[in-house]
Design a protein around this ligand. Sequence first.
Ligand code: BT5
Length: 233
Amino acid sequence: MTDATPHAERPTAAGAPWRLYESLPSTNDVAREWLADGAPDGAAVSATRQTAGRGRQGRSWEAPEGALALSVIVRSVVDGLLSLRAGLAVAQVAGSSARIKWPNDVLIDGRKVAGILVELVDGAAIVGIGVNVAVDVDALPADVAERAGSLGLPAAEVEPLAERLLAAFDAALALSPADVLAQLAARDALTGRAVRWSGGEGVAEGVDEAGRLLVRGDDGEQQALDAGEVHLL
Ligand code: BT5
């Protein structure tokens, strides 16, 4: 449980409730409590700083001053493309140079400016999105700073960007799987890159409608791989 109270509460563009906090341990955890309390589809929690942000597989996510941490409760479209739908939304608000690196990163000039963590709870999803909106990358831990980037916006832009991101995510949820994949293809950071998995090596060739990475093995066969099975070479 968190004792924090939002500094503001207002509707998203789609009319769902949105609770805005200054600082939280993790917006995904607050969203999870709200979900258990019956939060409606599209309900959102945001913070401009996180003290215990989570990445995937037990990794941590740094969200110091100038960060946006946003979690959206999704009850309507819970499919294997959710993380990519969120990535498309981030890329749209981050600008034309933003690229999506399957399964959950958004890069600018090869540097990670955003990460996405989708958690499934009782048939609903909590889509957590961390964006370095105004983060001073050099102030991140050295190993993170090495690969991180920032949108380089002023701190006053964090909440306005969150509002645009929520609207873009709503639009991305309305896309058909085929349209998600078409939009991804225009922003895909992985296609053509060499990858390795437990069964072999090959080249990334896009994503399928279940959200799996398509790879062409050195044997000429195409396979679909889940996140966690693949390493970039
Ligand atoms: C992710 O995990 O990229 C998912 C991050 C999701 C964060 C959001 S914020 C809102 C919501 N609430 C939460 O508690 N979490 C979500 P993963 O692919 O496992 O990447 C984690 C790795 O990214 C770390 O091990 C670092 O190497 C790197 N990293 C950590 N903080 C970063 C940052 N601010 N910018 C760029 N890279 C970072």
